[in-house]
Ligand binder design. Structure first.
Ligand SMILES: [Zn+2]
Length: 208
């Protein structure tokens, strides 16, 4: 069976489930519109589909996927990175999501590309990953080996994106008002488990 035939068969199963067995969910989502409470910013990697790893239903997650789950810096977004930031703006200001989760993962190809010692050829990927240059430099100056450097950068990149996200004025305003929480998670492909890397605001029991 070709891949396309397999996918169309998969779609038939989806149709049976959501439009024949229990059509009320999509009826409601059409009549009332979407109102997801959570924005997920996840890597494009085929192994980390957020709806699958979080077992979410249609309508539950508003999702942005890009190489290495990066949130660009606020000051750069108007020039280069409007695809991701436009979706963040819509999720926060339009949908009023209550939680934003950045999900990074082990064996991230984007992070490997960042860490590889190669010249910046100014490809789309190089320019996109440049946001994480400081993270890489910290890892390199610590003298880490390639694998350790990748592990370090995967997690530090999540924290860097959390900090960038927090600096968007419409995000900061809602975080300060207690209407929005930011989470950084790392999904391990070997164990299948999620580790919390950071939370904004820091939970009360940890900030003491
Ligand atoms: Zn990745």
């Amino acid at each position: 069976m070709t891949e396309i035939k397999k996918l169309l068969r998969g779609h038939s199963a989806f149709y049976e489930e959501y439009f024949v067995s229990r059509p009320e969910l999509y009826r409601k989502l059409v009549a009332e519109g979407q109102s997801p409470k959570v924005l997920v910013i996840c890597c494009s990697d085929s192994r980390v589909d957020p709806s699958i790893i979080l077992n979410a239903e249609p309508g539950e997650l508003f999702v942005i996927r890009n190489v290495a789950n990066i949130v660009p810096r606020f000051e750069e977004d108007k020039i280069n990175c409007h695809g991701t930031t436009a979706a963040i703006e819509y999720a926060v200001k339009g949908l009023e999501v209550e939680d934003i989760i950045i999900i990074g993962h082990s064996h991230c190809g984007g992070i490997k590309t960042l860490v590889e010692d190669r010249e910046n050829n100014h490809t789309f990927i190089d320019n996109w990953l440049y946001t994480l240059q400081e993270v890489k430099e910290k890892a390199v100056s610590a003298g880490l080996g390639f694998r350790e450097c990748c592990d370090y950068c995967e997690k530090e990149a999540i924290l860097a994106s959390l900090r960038n996200l927090e600096k968007f004025p419409f995000v900061r305003e809602r975080v300060n008002a207690g209407r929005l929480r930011l989470h950084g998670w790392h999904f391990c492909l070997e164990s299948g488990r999620i580790e919390t890397i950071g939370t904004i605001p820091v939970p009360a029991e940890k900030s003491a």
